[in-house]
Ligand binder design. Structure first.
Ligand code: NZQ
Ligand code: ZN
Length: 389
């Protein structure tokens, strides 16, 4: 491990089939006014909404509902949520849904009492929070983002065609998160596998950086092996509890800051994927899968040793009689086979990207410097071109 760091993760997790039983105990820690945020209706269909309302009422809470949080939450929706939170002076934001609802709730939590425009302050100027923060609790229904145990909050501004994530500090992490794998069974297959790839991408963004011998890399190889194994089971048998619970747990550890310790981290696939999201509003995980193969094939020569290690330790490629490059390429080929097998989108045309958007998408992709190759604008355009089919 190289570098100095401090590590703290203050989110309390409740995991398992009976984890919702802990909600009333947690609610007792907060005042009476609860803002309930949720998405477009999946929680009503699944019956979770009724269960949560019943627990809130039994706990004597006053409920302020904020429905309709869309996938890839927008800045306009954020302003709406801030109004509800501030006018009612809510004591807790209870997010019930996927990463979008959790991210949105964190954005409202730091923005409701912010005197300035939160988009400018947090997303354009990337400033820290210096005002009152409303605590957030999550009940997770979709697996992938890790938002349940991190400070990430991604907001989309369609007008300026920017989708930007602010990674807040541990004062903004959810105070608690309830993780019941059964709640994820109702996800459509498209969303389920998009979430699986989001997990893989989070791990790879951190794994493909650095050249030192680092415990974080060994942890990530274990997480990747578990994800690959369980995903193959879950696509054929979505109600396999063992597989879905392993994936849920892997998702949390993939992006709860632990495996980033001692790593410079890459995040270029996410930067390009987010920019594609700003143009197309496509499902987050699919924006990542659609550019990944072109990206990794391009940077592989710059991080050859790591790509070789990835092939051998994660994809079980036998190194015997092969050059380093052959081994690394075989690893990426196995990864691509797995992606196709589980049903991921493999090109950006399918997400609605057209040639005339490529320059703008490249402009909207923030350039990160922690990976094996710092890309320039033209290189991003070339990766996008290679991802068109
Ligand atoms: O809105 P509802 O009706 O709930 O439907 C949602 C939505 O349409 C549906 N869904 C969720 N749980 C369900 C369900 N449908 C049936 N049964 C269930 N149990 O799934 C759709 C997608 O939900 P969403 O929350 O948008 O997906 P996800 O969890 O992938 O979140 C995506 C957002 O998170 C951001 C992304 O950029 C995107 O805006 N990210 C957040 C990160 C973080 N906090 O660290 C990191 C990630 O890299 C990512 O950028
Ligand atoms: Zn992601």
């Amino acid at each position: 491990m190289l570098g100095d760091f401090s590590y703290c993760n203050p989110t309390r997790l409740y995991f398992g089939e009976n984890s919702l039983d802990n909600l009333s105990k947690e609610l007792a820690n907060y005042g009476n006014k609860i803002m309930l945020t949720y998405g477009g209706g999946s929680i009503k269909k699944s019956g979770l909404y009724d269960k949560v309302i019943a627990i809130l009422k039994e706990s004597g809470k006053e409920i302020f509902e904020d429905p309709g949080v869309m996938p890839n939450p927008t800045v306009e929706k954020l302003y709406e949520g801030c109004k509800i939170a501030k006018e009612n002076d809510v004591d807790l934001i209870l997010a019930v849904g996927g990463g979008s609802v959790c991210d949105y709730s964190k954005a409202v939590s730091v923005s409701a009492w912010c005197e300035e425009d939160p988009w400018d302050k947090y997303y354009l100027r990337m400033e820290d929070v210096d005002n009152r923060i409303i605590p957030v609790g999550c009940i997770l229904t979709m697996v992938g983002t890790g938002s349940e145990m991190n400070g990430g909050s991604v907001i989309t501004n369609h007008e300026s065609k920017l989708k930007i994530g602010h990674v807040f500090g541990d004062n903004v992490f959810p105070k608690f998160s309830i993780l019941n794998p059964v709640l994820t069974y109702t996800l459509p297959k498209y969303q389920m596998v998009a979430g699986f790839y989001d997990i893989m991408s989070h791990i790879l963004e951190q794994y493909f950086s650095g050249t030192d011998d680092n415990t974080s890399d060994y942890i990530m190889e274990g997480l990747l092996r578990s994800l690959i194994h369980s995903s193959e089971i879950a696509v054929n048998d979505p109600e396999n509890y063992e597989a879905r619970s392993n994936i849920m747990w892997t998702a949390t550890w993939a992006l709860n800051t632990l495996v980033a310790m001692g790593k410079t981290t890459d995040w270029m696939v996410h930067m390009i994927g987010q920019s594609i999201g700003a143009y197309t509003d496509a499902t987050h995980g699919m924006t990542l899968s659609a550019v990944s193969m072109a990206y990794y094939r391009y940077i592989m020569p710059y991080g050859l040793d790591k790509f070789k290690r990835y092939a051998v330790n994660v994809w079980n490629v036998s190194p015997e009689g092969k050059t380093d490059e052959e081994i690394a390429k075989e690893g990426l080929a196995r990864m691509e086979d797995w992606m196709k097998r589980i049903g991921l989108v493999m090109n950006i045309s399918e997400l609605g990207v057209t040639e005339d958007m490529l320059d703008g998408i490249a402009n909207g992709s923030f350039i990160m410097t922690g990976g094996y190759k710092t890309l320039n604008h033209d290189e991003i355009v070339n990766i996008l071109k290679a991802s068109m089919k």
